[in-house]
Design a protein around this ligand. Sequence first.
Ligand code: ADP
Length: 160
Amino acid sequence: LVLIKPDGLVKSLTGNIIDKLSESELIIVGAKIVAVSKELAEEHYKSLKDAKFFNDLIKYIMGEYHARRVLALVYYGENAIERVRHIIGNTNPEKASPTSLRGKYGRITTTGVFENVVHASSDPSEAKREIQLWFEPHEICKPIFETNQIEKKIKTLEWK
Ligand code: ADP
């Protein structure tokens, strides 16, 4: 799972980020814009709930410092995690290689928020958890995980 975080979108970096990620030679099998809810943000970052920067991180990913939009992408292919994380660079934009996405476009704010522009899953089990958290099976154009067929009665919206 790759997320172009709210700072990446507000700074109009979507094209630059996707262009650079194409060097991975992976394919995109899912993509959507998401207005991140508190529940989604907290579930996504639940392993960091005891970190001192947790509240700021939740506000950041929900777009409170920029705009409430994230672009969620699923990249598929051999060694996808390693390749993507190499391109995005170190978590800390000041430590990231200058040619990596976070090195190029990230910053640390005066209040200490790591605005590092992109998220990428850190290992296969996290990738599975995160992709299944952000996407429904029908939103991904390749059967990357097992599914069950169910009948569901749900309230949803239609165009007027
Ligand atoms: P990564 O995103 O590189 O996998 P982590 O999972 O450790 O790194 O952290 C998740 C996110 O939390 C980071 O991308 C960054 O936005 C934020 N973060 C991590 N460490 C810090 C820190 N020391 N101070 C402020 N924000 C941080």
